[in-house]
Design a protein around this ligand. Structure first.
Ligand code: SF4
Length: 403
């Protein structure tokens, strides 16, 4: 059995094809607990594996992405392995965090309040995105998983407290679907941001839809949010209109570009991101999207399209390492050309990043940069707040003088 492998290629294979659980893995205490939590929160089972080279990958189990997948997760003695007929690779299975099955004082299971993705704790404080009730859902959206209850600030604080007590996450990512208001939902997020910043020394990113006017973007930065995502999802206009009917008719593709450009002027370099889902459009279109976003100062995040069961969406490209790998090298080169750091998103486990590009012939990654960011915030919160105000003022001044 061959133990030689390329961790970047294996990550791509596992993301696109999924893994079947062998009986030996299924009966392990880690998987039994993960299944129990997935059932309690009515979400498909996902597992985090760490491949050799510290390559983190989030794999889908229950959706069975590729019925023919040859990859199996097996357990021998205390160790897990990913195997197929030619390969046997020892992996580390991250057990579900302990806080997942704790309850908040209001009785909510914490796995429903915050989900760990790599180093991020993802919180969706509002109920369902309004696109979902208006028949305007994005076609790639996993609607059931996103149909969540409202959470109180207290629920979120208690969950962050429990997660940080076990060192489960470095960042808090607040996710907002579509809310029909001029501010893109940012006012609803602010009480959460204020209390999180007051109680924890943690970096916060927000994923939202662009607000109607730029003042809300300035306020977003001034409020203490460290990183912001307005997700375009695809660059191709025709495909965007087809797969994101709500975004197309109620926000407009142009507004995504305008808002991203403004945010990139206001926030520090590398803090503004936007998804381009790999596979939902031809590869040339993804290349174009990467070039245009990076030239604007926006870091593209490249999740790989995973078919949602029951959806009629199909991939435009072969989801194989051979066709996917040039995309990550292209991303790495574009980030370098535009002097952008991808450190904010490098440790998000559901995407392949520029940091993985060296597995496909790109350059070796620079060392992780975010702990430095974290330390400098700790050292100089006052200076950062001052810079925050100055940066908003500078962007406003440039705007008014047409620069
Ligand atoms: S914005 Fe689109 S992807 Fe996000 S929750 Fe709403 S429908 Fe789903």
């Amino acid at each position: 059995m061959n133990t030689d492998h390329n961790s970047g290629e294996l990550k791509l294979e596992l993301i696109t094809k999924g893994v079947r659980l062998d009986r030996s893995a299924l009966s392990s205490k880690e998987i039994v607990r993960a299944l129990d939590i997935a059932n309690q929160v009515h979400n498909p089972l996902e597992l985090d594996l760490i491949l050799p080279g510290k390559v983190l990958v989030n794999i889908a189990i229950q959706e069975c992405l590729d019925k023919e997948t040859n990859y199996r997760l097996i357990k021998e003695a205390e160790d897990f392995f990913v195997v197929n007929k030619d390969l046997k690779v020892k992996v580390y299975l991250e057990p579900p965090p302990k806080f997942y099955d704790q309850l908040t004082t209001s009785g909510k299971i914490m796995a429903k309040v915050g989900r760990k993705y790599g180093d991020y704790l993802l919180v969706t404080p509002t109920g369902a995105c309004e696109f979902l009730s208006g028949d305007m859902a994005c076609k790639y959206c996993d609607v059931d998983a996103k149909n969540t209850d409202d959470k109180s600030v207290q629920d979120v604080l208690e969950t962050i407290e429990a997660a940080s007590a076990e060192g489960a996450a470095e960042f808090v990512c607040i996710n907002v679907g579509y809310i029909s208001s001029d501010d893109g939902g940012i006012s609803m997020v602010l009480p959460f941001v204020k209390e999180i910043k007051k109680n924890f020394d943690v970096l916060i990113c927000v994923q939202a839809q662009p607000p109607k006017t730029d003042e809300w973007i300035d306020l977003t930065y001034a409020s203490g949010i460290d990183s912001l995502a307005y997700n375009l999802e695809v660059y191709d206009e025709e495909i965007f209109n087809k797969i994101a009917p709500g975004k197309m008719s109620l926000v407009g593709r142009d507004r995504y570009f305008q808002a991203l450009a403004r945010a990139a002027k206001v926030f520090p370099s590398g803090a503004i991101v936007s998804n381009l889902i790999v596979g939902l459009e031809p590869v040339e279109s993804t290349f174009k999207g990467i070039d245009i976003l990076t030239a604007m100062g926006v870091v593209p995040t490249l999740p790989i399209f995973r078919p949602v069961p029951g959806s009629d969406l199909e991939s435009h490209i072969d989801l194989t390492p051979e066709s996917l790998s040039p995309i990550y090298v292209h991303l790495q080169n574009a980030l370098k050309r535009n002097r952008l750091s991808s450190s904010w998103i490098s440790h998000f486990n559901v995407v392949v990043n520029a940091i993985d590009a060296h597995y496909f012939g790109g350059e070796a990654p620079v060392k992780r940069q975010w702990p430095t960011v974290l330390k400098s915030k700790k050292r100089s919160k006052l200076a950062l707040n001052l810079r925050r105000r100055l940066r908003v003022r500078t962007a406003e001044d440039n705007e008014s003088t047409g620069l």
